[in-house]
Ligand binder design. Sequence first.
Ligand code: FES
Length: 79
Amino acid sequence: MHLIEVCVGSSCHLRGAYAVIKELQKSIAENGLEAQVELKACFCMGNCKDGVNIKLNGNVYSDITVDNVMQFIENNLLK
Ligand code: FES
C-alpha cells in the first residue's frame, strides 16, 4: 500500500492543491491503482514556495501540478 499525502496548507491550496487531488484521484482510477494507493490531505510541510507539495510514502515531491500528475504516477507507481 502506498500513501500519498497532498498539502492543502494555504500556499499549496492557492497553487491548486484541490485540483491536484482531483487529478490524482482520476489518474489512480484510470491506472487501476485504487487498491494500492491511499490518498490523504495534509497540512503545511514547510516547503510552501515550491508547492503544490505532495508526499509519497514519506518522500516530498514539489511543483506538482494538474499537468504533471500523470507523469508523477507513471514515474513512481507504474514502474
Ligand atoms: S502550504 Fe504546502 S508546504 Fe506550506
